[in-house]
Design a protein around this ligand. Structure first.
Ligand code: NAG
Ligand code: NAG
Ligand code: NAG
Ligand code: NAG
Ligand code: NAG
Ligand code: NAG
Ligand code: NAG
Length: 433
C-alpha cells in the first residue's frame, strides 16, 4: 500500500514538474494585420516568436506603408526598449493576457501613429517613469493587470487620449505627477483599493475638447471629497460610487466649476449641508444608497441646470418643501426612504413637468393641500406606500402628463372608482384594492 502511494506521489510530482517547466517556456504567436485601402484589416502573417520580444518586429513587413496592428497570443514577459521600434505606421498593439511582467521605458517611443494600446489582464506590477511619454494614443487599456505602482511621469505629455483605463488593478494611492500634462477625455481608476489621492493629482490633466474630463473612481476606499484633489476646471464628471465618503463640506466642489455629473451613490453620507451643491451647474446629482436623513434648506438652491436628483435608498423621514426651491423641471427619485407624510404645500416649489418618484416609502398621510400650487407633473409614483385615503381633490388642479402610480397602498376601493376621469392623467395605476 505504502509503495503504491509513493508511486502516485512520484507520478504526481513528476507531472507537476513537467507542467511547471512547460509553463515557464515562453511561447507565443504573433499576428500582424495590415489595414487595406478599403479599411479592412487583413492578416498578413502569423508566426511563432517563442516569447522573444526581439522577434515582434519581424512579424510585420517593415517596408510596407500600410497601417499595422499586432496581437500576441501566448506568453511574453518583457517588452524591451526596442521591441516595437522601427515598425512604421503601427496603430494598434494588443498584448492582453500574455503574462506581461515588465515594460521598459522607451518601448512606445517614436510611434507617432499608435492609437490603441491594449495591455489588460497581465502581471505588470508597476508602470515606470517615461513609459508612455509623448504618445497621442486614443485608448490605453490596463484593466486587471496587477498594477500597484504608477511611477511619476509614467504618462507624461500623453495627448488626445479618449480613455485611459486602469480599472481593477491594485492601486492604493495615486501621487501627484503621474498624470503630468495629459490631455484626456476619460480617466478610469475604478475598482482598485485607492484610499489616498494626493492633492493636485488631477491638476495637470487637460480636456481634449469642450466635453471636459470624466473621472471614474467608483469602487475604491476614498473617505473624503477633498477640493484640493478635485481641483481642475476641465473636469465635467466625477463618479465616486461605492467609496467611503461620510461627510460633505461646504466648498467641496469649489474647484470644479464645470462639473455636470456627480455620482456619490453607495457612500456613507448622512447629511447634505448648505454650501456644497448650491449654485453649481450640476445636471445629474446621484446620492442614492447613502444614509442621508438631513437636507439643509437651500442646499440645492440656484442649481439651475439640475435635471435629475436621485436620492433613493436613504433615510429621509419627511418630504420638505424647502429642498427644491427655484429649480428647473427635473426628475426626483426619493424612493426607498422612510418618508411618512406629505405635508401641506410640499410641492409648491416643485417645477411643472417634473417626475416625482416616492415609491417604497412609509407614506400614510397625504394632506389635503399636499399638492397645492402645483400645476403640472410628468408623473407621480406613490406606489408601495401605506396611503389609506386618496381624494380625487388632491390632484384636481394638476395636469399629469403621463401617469400617477398608486399601486400597493391601502386605499379603499370606494375611493378609486368613478372619479377617475377627474384625474387628468393618461394613466392611473391603482392596482388592486
Ligand atoms: C519588402 O520586403 C520584402 C521582404 O521582406 C521584399 O520581398 C519586398 O520586395 C520588399 N518591398 C519593397 C517595396 O521594398
Ligand atoms: C502557435 O501556433 C501554432 C501553429 O498554429 C500552434 O500549434 C501553437 O499552439 C500556437 N501557440 C500558442 C501559444 O498559441
Ligand atoms: C517628448 O517630446 C519632447 C518635445 O518634442 C522632447 O523634447 C522629449 O525628448 C520627448 N521625450 C521623450 C521621452 O521622447
Ligand atoms: C504638454 O504636452 C503637449 C503634447 O505632448 C506638448 O505639446 C506641450 O508642450 C506639453 N506642455 C508641457 C508644459 O510640458
Ligand atoms: C513634455 O513636453 C515638453 C514640451 O514639449 C518637453 O519639454 C518635455 O521634455 C516633455 N516631457 C518628457 C518627459 O519628455
Ligand atoms: C450657497 O451656500 C453658501 C453657504 O451657506 C452661501 O454662502 C452662498 O451664498 C450660497 N450661494 C447661493 C448662490 O445661494
Ligand atoms: C394627516 O396629517 C394632518 C396634518 O398634516 C392631520 O391634520 C390629519 O389629522 C392627519 N390625518 C391622519 C389620518 O392621520
Amino acid at each position: 500500500m505504502k509503495c503504491i502511494c509513493n508511486q502516485i506521489v512520484f507520478v504526481f510530482f513528476g507531472l507537476f514538474f513537467v507542467l511547471t517547466l512547460y509553463g515557464d517556456v515562453d511561447s507565443a504567436n504573433i499576428t500582424c494585420n495590415l489595414l487595406t485601402d478599403d479599411s479592412i484589416w487583413r492578416t498578413k502573417t502569423t508566426q511563432s516568436i517563442d516569447g522573444d520580444a526581439d522577434k515582434i518586429k519581424t512579424s510585420c513587413p517593415l517596408n510596407s506603408s500600410e497601417r499595422k496592428r499586432i496581437k500576441i497570443i501566448g506568453t511574453i514577459k518583457t517588452l524591451y526598449e526596442d521591441s516595437l521600434q522601427d515598425i512604421p505606421n503601427l496603430v494598434e498593439v494588443d498584448f492582453s493576457e500574455v503574462g506581461l511582467e515588465e515594460i521598459q521605458p522607451g518601448t512606445f517611443k517614436n510611434l507617432p501613429q499608435l492609437q490603441r494600446i491594449v495591455l489588460q489582464d497581465n502581471n505588470l506590477q508597476e508602470l515606470k517613469t517615461g513609459t508612455f511619454v509623448n504618445l497621442t494614443a486614443w485608448s490605453l487599456q490596463f484593466r486587471r493587470s496587477s498594477i500597484s505602482t504608477l511611477q511619476p511621469g509614467a504618462f507624461q505629455n500623453l495627448s488626445h487620449v479618449y480613455e485611459l483605463t486602469l480599472r481593477k488593478n491594485r492601486l492604493t494611492e495615486i501621487r501627484k505627477g503621474v498624470f503630468q500634462n495629459v490631455s484626456i477625455r476619460v480617466l478610469n481608476l475604478e475598482n482598485n483599493g485607492i484610499s489616498r489621492l494626493e492633492q493636485g493629482v488631477f491638476a495637470d490633466l487637460h480636456a481634449d475638447n469642450e466635453v471636459g474630463i470624466s473621472l471614474w473612481l467608483s469602487d475604491n476606499r476614498i473617505e473624503r471629497f477633498d477640493p484640493q484633489v478635485f481641483d481642475n476646471e476641465d473636469i465635467s464628471a466625477v463618479n465616486l460610487d461605492n467609496n467611503a465618503i461620510s461627510v460633505l463640506r461646504p466648498g467641496d466642489l469649489k474647484n470644479l466649476p464645470k462639473l455636470r455629473f456627480l455620482h456619490l451613490s453607495g457612500n456613507k453620507i448622512k447629511e447634505i449641508p448648505e454650501g456644497v451643491f448650491n449654485s453649481s451647474g450640476i445636471e445629474i446629482l446621484d446620492l442614492n444608497d447613502n444614509k442621508i436623513s438631513v437636507i439643509a434648506n437651500g442646499a440645492l438652491d440656484g442649481m439651475t441646470s439640475l435635471s435629475s436628483f436621485e436620492i433613493h435608498h436613504n433615510k429621509l423621514k419627511e418630504w420638505d418643501s424647502g429642498w427644491l426651491r427655484g429649480l428647473p423641471k427635473l426628475k426626483i427619485d426619493a424612493s426607498y426612504n422612510y418618508i411618512a407624510a406629505i405635508p401641506e404645500g410640499s410641492f409648491v416649489d416643485v417645477p411643472g413637468g417634473s417626475a416625482v418618484i416616492l415609491a417604497h416609502n412609509q407614506i400614510r398621510n397625504v394632506s389635503d393641500g399636499a399638492f397645492a400650487g402645483l400645476t403640472s407633473l410628468k408623473s407621480l409614483d406613490l406606489s408601495y406606500n401605506k396611503i389609506t385615503e386618496w381624494k380625487v381633490d388632491f390632484l384636481k388642479t394638476v395636469v399629469i402628463e403621463e401617469f400617477v402610480d398608486l399601486q400597493e397602498n391601502k386605499i379603499r376601493c370606494s375611493d378609486m372608482r368613478s372619479d377617475l376621469p377627474v384625474l387628468r392623467a393618461k394613466g392611473v395605476l391603482f392596482g388592486t384594492c
